[in-house]
Design a protein around this ligand. Structure first.
Ligand SMILES: N[C@@H](CCC(=O)N[C@@H](CS)C(=O)NCC(=O)O)C(=O)O
Length: 226
C-alpha cells in the first residue's frame, strides 16, 4: 500500500491515516508530495491528500481510508458495537466540523503561537472538543478515546494534539493529558521530528499562522520557500 501525504508540518489530513497505519503496525510505503510541487491530480482524483493506493484501488479521503483499512484489519474501530458507533460519530464530527479550529488554529507543528483573538465561535469549538474527549475517556475508561487501544477516532484527533501544542487553548486537565498522551506516542514523535526538519515553507500556511497571532517560537529547520 502506498500512502501519498503532504508536508508533515502542515498536513493535518495526511497525519490521520499515517498515524493510524503506524500505530497499528500496518505496513505501507509513504510518498510525501510537498505543497506547491507536482499536482496531486496525477494520483488523487480529488487533487487532495491523503490518498491511499492499494493495487488497483485508490482511496482519496481520510475517513474513507480508515473504512477501507477496517475491511482488512482488526482494531481500526473499537470491537464493542456501542464504542464503535461513538468512535464513528466523533470521527465524523471532526471530519466535517470544527471550522473555526480548522481555519484559525491551522496545523503548523513547529510553531508556538499566542492567539490574537479568541472569538466565541472558536471558544465553543474548543469546549466541544474538550467535552467530547472527556466523554470518550470517561465512558470507555481510557487511556484512548474509545477504550484501551488506539483506534481511528484517536487518529482523527491526532492533528488536534499538535494544535493544542501550538495554540495552548484552555482545556480541562483530562483533555490536556489526553493531548499529551497522543503527542508522546512514538509515531507522533516521529512525525513531529520530521515536521521540524522540513525546510519547505508554504506561503498560504505561513500567512494563516501570522493571521492567528504572535509566533512565540519557531522550532523548525532553516527556512526555504517553495
Ligand atoms: N476531506 C479530505 C480533505 C483533504 C485535504 O483537504 N487535503 C489537503 C492537504 S491537508 C490538500 O490536499 N490540499 C491540496 C489542495 O487543496 O490543493 C480528507 O479527509 O482526506
Amino acid at each position: 500500500m502506498l500512502l501519498y501525504i503532504a508536508n508533515k508540518n502542515y498536513s493535518s489530513w495526511s497525519l490521520r491515516p499515517w498515524v493510524l497505519l503506524r500505530q497499528l503496525d500496518i505496513p505501507f510505503e509513504e510518498r510525501l508530495m510537498p505543497f506547491g510541487g507536482e499536482s496531486y491530480t496525477s494520483f488523487s482524483p480529488s487533487g487532495r491528500v491523503p490518498c491511499l493506493v492499494d493495487g488497483d484501488t485508490t482511496v482519496w479521503d481520510s475517513l474513507a481510508i480508515a473504512e477501507y483499512l477496517a475491511e482488512n484489519h482488526a482494531g481500526i474501530w473499537p470491537a464493542d458495537k456501542a464504542a464503535r458507533a461513538w468512535a464513528r460519530c466523533a470521527s465524523a464530527e471532526m471530519h466535517s466540523g470544527f471550522q473555526e479550529v480548522r481555519n484559525i488554529c491551522t496545523m503548523n507543528c513547529g510553531l508556538h503561537i499566542k492567539l490574537r483573538d479568541f472569538p466565541e465561535a472558536l471558544r465553543s469549538e474548543w469546549e466541544r472538543i474538550d467535552s467530547l474527549w472527556r466523554e470518550g475517556l470517561d465512558r470507555y475508561g481510557g487511556p484512548f478515546l474509545a477504550g484501551p487501544t488506539f483506534s481511528a477516532v484517536d487518529a482523527f484527533f491526532a492533528p488536534v494534539a499538535f494544535r493544542v501544542q501550538t495554540y495552548s487553548p484552555p482545556l480541562s486537565a483530562a483533555a490536556a493529558r489526553y493531548a499529551e498522551r497522543l503527542l508522546q506516542l512514538s509515531p507522533m514523535r516521529e512525525w513531529y521530528a520530521a515536521a521540524l526538519a522540513e525546510t519547505w515553507r508554504d506561503a498560504g500556511h505561513e500567512a494563516d499562522a501570522r493571521a492567528a497571532g504572535e509566533t512565540i517560537a519557531d522550532l523548525r529547520g532553516t527556512s526555504r520557500t517553495g
